[in-house]
Ligand binder design. Structure first.
Ligand code: ASP
Length: 420
């Protein structure tokens, strides 16, 4: 049994959904669980709708956001289902009524709670449409509301999975007795009060990994709009090369350093059960793409891998009295970092100061810095880039840093990291 995951781009239009149908058919009744994201950029659209509701924008703004989401889905459905007798039309009407009710009865000040409740409709809509469409094409399948089975804590926007209850729920539900194809949502779950939760942006990959782990999948296949994992982001770099094999360890390192192609939490559950992950193109599904598995080398072919994190702010912190930065002050600084929920991408300390590079998430950073300033001297530089090169060569470093002002450079055996 395989778990397949389709991201937003693979269901962004009627023709994309038709392409998905062909891929599913190519599995020839083999047992599969298909995890699907919200269509196209619908998660962003729902986030916008939410911020319009939450920050009490004009009624018109809310109406416009709602209408454009509704139109987007109905356009796809109108193209997919020539027969307008199909029940999908009523089903969608019903779902949009539910969305409307959430908008009208916003009776909470908890942004994250409302976020999960509303934004999760992106996945509910996409999987409903795909499931009805496959059935209409005689590819019989069962739609599952994964929120009932993946249980989490109540951290609504970055929920932590409760493995024990999720495992028993999923094993009870997904038994392939009545179907060989299940269609379900990525990214969402629920807490023990049955409130919807989300696993963090791009969390559908992680859902695929959770299901792979629990169901002991043979493999987890992630269909993307790129042909696999490249040695640099093809959207940023002109010349990139496909990595054909990557070890689990290396994949964890790459996502840790910021490679975006796979969600950070995805690899570990797969590694724990030795389940290979295939990353391949939904446009050219016959091509093998990249395989991540228990590979005895790090990557193949061996070459420098480039990862860039933009929008970094480098904060240098030193004691006000010019004393050394010793364990005690590092401890205080770290407590602030934890308190403000800040993720440190790079850290360096000297006798007199500690420097950290973090994402410049304006609101958070502002309050972090102002609190730090009560006890420390703080300086910062923004608009910086953090460049990581795994398996670097002198040539690769030169290529990335020539003519740039380097503020920090850190080198280890496999990795060089530069702030510039
Ligand atoms: N739809 C969610 C997002 O865009 C989850 C996912 O696609 O993985 O972040």
């Amino acid at each position: 049994m395989d778990i397949l995951k389709f991201g937003g781009a693979s269901v962004k239009s009627a023709s994309a959904v038709k392409n998905l149908l062909d891929i599913i058919k190519s599995y020839n009744n083999q047992k599969i669980v298909v995890v699907i994201s919200a269509m196209g950029k619908m998660t962003n659209a729902f986030e916008k709708l939410l911020s319009n509701i939450f920050y009490e924008k004009e009624k018109l703004d809310i109406q416009n956001s709602f209408d454009s989401i509704k139109k987007y889905h109905f356009d796809i459905v109108n193209e997919l289902f020539e027969d307008n007798e199909n029940h999908i039309f009523q089903k969608l009407d019903f779902l949009f009524k539910e969305i409307n009710q959430i908008i009208e009865n916003k009776n909470t000040n908890d942004y994250s709670f409302l976020y999960a409740k509303l934004v999760s409709f992106g996945e509910i809509l996409s999987t409903t449409i795909v499931s009805y469409y496959l059935n209409s094409q005689n590819v019989n399948n069962e739609w599952i509301d994964i929120r009932k089975y993946i249980k989490t804590d109540n951290n609504y926007r970055e929920a932590k999975v409760e493995w024990e209850s999720s495992t028993s729920n999923i094993l009870k539900k997904i038994d392939f007795k009545n179907t060989s194809i299940y269609i379900t949502q990525g990214f969402i779950g629920s807490d023990n009060q049955k409130n919807t939760t989300t696993l963090g942006r791009e969390g559908s990959d992680f859902t695929g990994a959770i299901l792979s782990y629990i169901l002991d999948a043979e493999k987890f296949v992630c269909y993307k709009d790129v042909a696999g994992i490249f040695n640099a982001d093809p959207n940023v770099f002109e010349q990139t090369k496909l990595l054909s094999k990557i070890s689990y360890q290396e994949a964890i390192e790459l996502t840790y350093f910021g490679a975006k192609v796979i969600h950070q939490k995805t690899i570990k559950p797969l590694q724990n059960k030795d389940i290979p992950l295939l990353v391949k193109s939904f446009i050219e599904p016959e091509k093998t793409g990249t395989i991540i598995y228990d590979f005895d080398k790090q990557i193949e072919p061996k070459m420098p891998v480039f990862i860039i994190k933009e929008n970094q702010i480098l904060i240098s912190i030193s004691p006000k009295d010019f004393s050394f930065v010793a364990e005690k002050s590092i401890n205080i600084i770290y407590n602030y970092i934890v308190k403000h929920n800040i993720k440190v991408n790079l850290m360096q300390n000297s006798a007199l100061n500690l420097s950290i590079s973090v994402n410049n998430d304006t609101q958070k950073i502002k309050s972090f810095i102002s609190e730090l300033k009560e006890k420390f001297k703080v300086r910062y530089n923004n608009n910086l880039k953090l460049i990581t090169i795994r398996h670097y060569t002198t040539q690769a470093i030169k290529q990335m840093t020539d003519g740039k002002k380097i503020l920090i450079e850190q080198k280890s055996r496999n990795t060089v990291r530069v702030i510039c």
